[in-house]
Design a protein around this ligand. Structure first.
Ligand code: PCA
Length: 203
């Protein structure tokens, strides 16, 4: 059996619930296809999140990493195509507010995902869940951890596949927030499980 590191994030900014947390907690310990899932939650912290993720990777030695994040306002499940070497944007949960910073001083401008995102999107649509590839993960924490995992795999010469999936708000979050579209928790979770199944068939 292979190991999948599945990460989610804590709440941040005016998003009082992060729907990725419940999904990661519920899928932790489960098996989907050839993968056993190890779920972890990352801090919305520019200084720590990358380190946290790399510590989990070194301890767990996963065959693949899927990181999940909330994209409040998006309507679809959106596997990300690329991570860029930039930290920028709104303050994190510790008030850190980097402007135009590099994530890795000597790293490349970007890394393409190594997850089978085209097949994931096709399968999501087949099972009735709206999905499309996103061509920007932004410049906030989600882009940051996606970049860090891909950079690690590259410089360590590891086969480990990795990438990021952004998701819409859950109904629970949308009720509290008031101004964003939402999906049921069950559909969000089914979407993530479907992507893991596709990954399992892919490799
Ligand atoms: N979404 C944010 C960070 C944490 C999360 O769930 C992002 O899109 O960068």
């Amino acid at each position: 059996m292979k190991t999948l590191l599945l990460t989610g994030f804590e709440p941040f900014l005016d998003f009082t619930i992060n729907p990725t947390m419940k999904i990661v907690e519920e899928l932790h310990g489960q098996e989907i296809g050839s993968y056993k899932i190890n779920g972890k939650i990352l801090s919305v912290d520019f200084k720590r999140a990358g380190e946290q993720l790399l510590e989990y990777i070194e301890t767990i030695q996963p065959d693949a990493v899927i990181s999940l994040g909330l994209a409040g306002g998006r309507f679809k499940l959106t596997p990300e195509r690329i991570a860029i070497n930039v930290n920028d944007g709104a303050p994190d949960n510790f008030g850190d507010n980097p402007v135009d910073e590099l994530i890795q001083q000597t790293g490349p401008d970007g890394y393409m995902t190594t997850l089978p995102i085209r097949s994931m999107v096709e399968r999501l649509i087949e099972v009735g869940l709206p999905a499309e590839i996103s061509n920007t993960a932004g410049t906030y924490l989600c882009n940051h951890v996606m970049y860090q995992a891909l950079h690690y795999a590259k410089i360590q010469n590891k086969k480990m596949l990795s990438g990021f999936i952004h998701m819409p708000a859950s109904h629970g979050l949308a009720i509290q927030h008031g101004k964003i579209p939402s999906w049921s928790h069950q559909d969000l979770k089914k979407g993530v499980s479907t992507c893991i199944q596709v990954l399992s068939e892919h490799d």
